[in-house]
Design a protein around this ligand. Structure first.
Ligand SMILES: NC(=O)c1ccc[n+]([C@@H]2O[C@H](COP(=O)([O-])OP(=O)(O)OC[C@H]3O[C@@H](n4cnc5c(N)ncnc54)[C@H](O)[C@@H]3O)[C@@H](O)[C@H]2O)c1
Ligand SMILES: [Zn+2]
Ligand SMILES: [Zn+2]
Length: 370
């Protein structure tokens, strides 16, 4: 069959809308009609050359949709099921899935290659194979993906909103709750209030943090963070650090969470300096993997017993946490509707990413018109 998709052919070039051939589902695969796709900063790293994928690649890794067809042996979902995609598959049986770390599933090894685990592709044009970002390619109207890449969700939930729980919400919320281990009474500093950072605010607040101090140069982001429960918001890290020093009588923050668009050594140093003894820095934001972004004193870590760690997918278990977060939304305990600043058509994908660069969006969402 044919499908329309937004494709990147090389770095520093916008998405192009093209029509591709799509294979039907093979064993263990499903055909999904995407309803919505979130505009996460990670796709921008592909464009900017920070995370060069195999080209050409269909963009998009935050997605929700409806299963249209299933291949042989699929037991997890059936046609008509509503699903949210997991940007790392969860096979359930690899070493990491079996030990409660589905975010590290071995099946995710080809997410930037954009192929299926066996190296084959489902999108084509003539003789050329097209990859799918994170084995999903949610900037397409339809895709053929692994059953392990979808999580069935309650069908009364709006998929245009539930889509956010495919990446930004768990990655941000889990950075605070799981990776940061925020507990009641903690003081948390959050750098970067985008689609992820705003959910780190929600996570820290729900975990009972006493102070949630955010840093973002964009005024709209700071105002949004305060509406989502942050207690203080600053445009720069130095002023935030002064306030944290005052709020904690010089003891420093318990957690510093880094969710800026592109991580650099300055933000890592600021985060490491703002935490106190026994504190934790979590690096969730990405940068060019070849760049060394962590330049800090090992002795500071030792003498103050500080921890610096990375976090993927909010250190969450997508099969459980996608459903869990949606149930919190359903119960009125997690904001999702308020996260969406603007909705776009697939053809407006470059406009959506320009708005992200211009600091206009908490999260932009493509709603597929079909
Ligand atoms: N680890 C993971 O599992 C995972 C998952 C998804 C996205 N990411 C990465 O997380 C990062 C954030 O993604 P997003 O979609 O929220 O991006 P975004 O562009 O929506 O938000 C980034 C925010 O950081 C702010 N910012 C930039 N530099 C800053 C600085 N020095 N100090 C404070 N704030 C600063 C920007 O103003 C913006 O509000 C990206 O690098 C993305 O690729 C990681
Ligand atoms: Zn993402
Ligand atoms: Zn696995």
């Amino acid at each position: 069959m044919k499908t329309k998709a937004a494709v990147l052919f090389e770095t520093h070039k916008p998405f192009e809308i093209v029509e591709l051939e799509l294979d039907g589902p093979g064993p263990g695969e499903v055909l999904i009609k995407y309803v919505a796709a979130g505009l996460c900063h990670s796709d921008l790293h592909l464009t900017d050359g920070d995370l060069p994928p195999r080209f050409p690649i269909v963009g998009g890794h935050e997605g929700s949709g409806i299963i249209e067809e299933v291949g042989p042996g699929v037991t997890k979902v059936k046609p008509g099921d509503h699903v949210v995609c997991s940007f790392i598959p969860n096979c359930g049986t690899c070493r990491y899935c079996a030990t409660g770390r589905q975010n590290l599933c071995d099946m995710g090894a080809t997410i930037l290659e954009g192929s299926m685990p066996d190296g084959s592709f489902r999108f084509h044009s003539g003789k050329q194979d097209f990859g799918a970002m994170c084995m999903l390619g949610t900037f397409a109207e339809r895709a053929t993906i692994s059953q392990h890449s979808v999580v069935k969700v309650d069908d009364w939930l709006p998929l245009e909103t539930a889509v956010l729980v495919g990446c930004g919400v768990p990655s941000g919320w889990g950075t605070a709750v799981y990776a940061g281990g925020v507990r009641a009474g903690d003081t948390v500093v959050i750098y970067g209030i985008g689609g992820l950072g705003i959910n780190a605010v929600q996570g820290a607040v729900s975990a009972g943090a006493k102070y949630v101090v955010v840093v973002d140069p964009v005024a709209m982001k700071r105002e949004a963070a305060l509406k989502f429960g942050a207690t203080h918001a600053f445009a720069d890290a130095a002023t935030a650090a002064e306030k944290v020093n005052e709020l904690t009588w010089g003891q420093g923050a318990d957690q510093a969470l880094i969710l800026v668009g592109t991580v650099d050594e300055e933000v890592v140093q600021n985060a490491t300096a703002v935490i106190g003894k026994g504190g934790t820095v979590v690096i969730t934001g990405l940068a060019d993997p070849a760049k060394l972004t962590v330049h800090i004193s090992g002795t500071d870590l030792t003498l103050n017993q500080k921890t610096i760690k990375g976090s993927l997918f909010g250190s969450a278990n997508p099969q459980y946490d996608i459903v869990r977060l949606l149930r919190l939304y359903d119960a009125g305990q997690l904001k999702l509707d308020e996260l969406i600043t603007t909705k776009y058509t697939l053809e407006q994908v470059n406009e959506g990413y320009q708005d992200l660069r211009d600091g206009k969006n908490l999260r932009g969402v493509i709603v597929h018109q079909q």
